[in-house]
Structures are given as structure tokens and as C-alpha cells.
Design a protein around this ligand. Sequence first.
Ligand SMILES: C[S@@+](CC[C@H](N)C(=O)[O-])C[C@H]1O[C@@H](n2cnc3c(N)ncnc32)[C@H](O)[C@@H]1O
Length: 266
Amino acid sequence: MFTALINRSTRPTEWQKIPWDDPDFSRRMLAEHLSQSHDQASRRFNIIDQHVKWIHTKVLQQQPANILDLGCGPGFYTSRFTALGHTCTGMDFSPASIDYAREHHPGSEYILGNVCELDYGGQYDLITMIYGELNAFAPKDAERIVNKAHTALKPGGKLLLEAHPYEAIYRFGQEGTSWHTAQKGLFSDEPYLCLIESRFETDCTISYYYVYAVVSGAMQQYITMHQAYTDDEYRHLLQAFERVSFYPSLTGSAKTGDLYVIVAEK
Ligand SMILES: C[S@@+](CC[C@H](N)C(=O)[O-])C[C@H]1O[C@@H](n2cnc3c(N)ncnc32)[C@H](O)[C@@H]1O
């Protein structure tokens, strides 16, 4: 049962992500998105309000736009954009998030599916990927996403990535080991112990989660990887675009934290 934990020193041979698309995991994750006591899956609504205001004024100059939100989660951004007069499509492969978005934010269109595989359609003024999700894709998938977005944008359209600076991913890899317990939570509906270890290795932070369900005695392993890019590597990834600009935050604050904003114009 503990063999995978003991052998974790080997780097996974394939890129790993947490199972956002698993129905049970996505149901539990939806509770985390909706929680207003932390910012772990989505930011709290007062912060999202600031993000939407910044994008509406600074990126869209308050002009009505056709927007595609990649990894839209439960539709917190699409619903706010729609309220400001924009037309929105949200795309996500979490079934619980898309069900929630369709039920609670019917003013936008929602597509359930993998952003690496789906056809984005075309003629968007703005395509967004918010909350660092680009770094959670294997570099070849990040390249596919960026190039598909380029194709789907109108001339002059913009791709907005809220992404992690290289140093942030490096820092995540220095967090070492930790553990916590929960009566129920993201990893299980029953009481569990979760052991976490993160390490930085060749431009990537690998985080291991070992979840021990205390009643059934089952042990579940989750691994998530985050790719680090320097500013130049982001520019290279976005080379199909005419212009690439960096901003310190999505709130308009000048202080750069674990995330910054890259706007690439077609
Ligand atoms: C950190 S959450 C952010 C959600 C939303 N952007 C927000 O800030 O509220 C990342 C989202 O990306 C979605 N996601 C991750 N990988 C995906 C994929 N390959 N295709 C579609 N959606 C994906 C997850 O289901 C999740 O909803």
C-alpha cells in the first residue's frame, strides 16, 4: 500500500495532473471553488470582481467583446463578463463545474471538454486562461493551447494568460513535506490523512499527494506537475503573436505575487 509513496523519488514518466474531470473529484472540487473562506480552487468573489473590472477596462477598453474562457470552472468570470455586456463561452472538463455554470450562469454558453482537444471555433476578441492553469499542462500541450487560441482569435484579438513566474514555480518546489487531516474534503468523502511532498526538478515542480482514507484503509496517490517558464520562454511560446505584454497582477496592483498576467495580441 505504501510502495508508491516510498518509490516517489522517481520522476513520473508521463505528465501528471489532478483529476479535475473525474465526476466525484469534480463534485468535491466544486465545493472548494464555491467556498468563500479560501482561494484554493478559485479566488473569492471580491477578488474576481477586481479581476473582471481590470480586464474590462484595461484589456477590453470597456468595448463589448466575444470572450472564450479556457478552464472556466463554475463560470465566475463568464457570468461577470456577461453582466457587463460581453458574449462569453466557457470551456472546462470538470462535469460538476460545467453543470453548476449552466444552471447558475445561463447567460453564457458552456462546453464540457478537454481544452487540448476541443475545437475552439473562431472570431474571439479575447481568450483567457486564469489562475495559473497553463503551467499545469505539459509544455507540448501548453503550446497546442496557445496555438489553438491564436487561430481562434480575430486579428487584433488578445490571449490573456494569468500564469506563474518562473520563481513562483521554483518556490512551490521548496515547500518540502507537509500533512493534514480532514473529516471530509477535496480528496475524499470520508476522514483522511493527506501527506504532501513537492520538489523542483528540471524546470518543473512535482507535487505528490498520498491520501489515506482511515475507515476503508485505502491509499490513493495524486501527482500534479507545474512547468516553470522564464519571461523569455513565455515570449517564445507566444511567438505567433504580434505583441506580448506582461502585467504584475490581474487586480491592477503593482505587486507581483505567485501569478502575473501575460497579454498576447494577434
Ligand atoms: C485552478 S481552476 C481555475 C478555474 C477558473 N479559471 C477560476 O479561476 O475560477 C482550473 C480549471 O481548469 C480546468 N481544467 C484543467 N485542465 C483542463 C483541461 N485539460 N481541459 C479543460 N479544463 C481543464 C479545471 O477543471 C478547473 O476548472
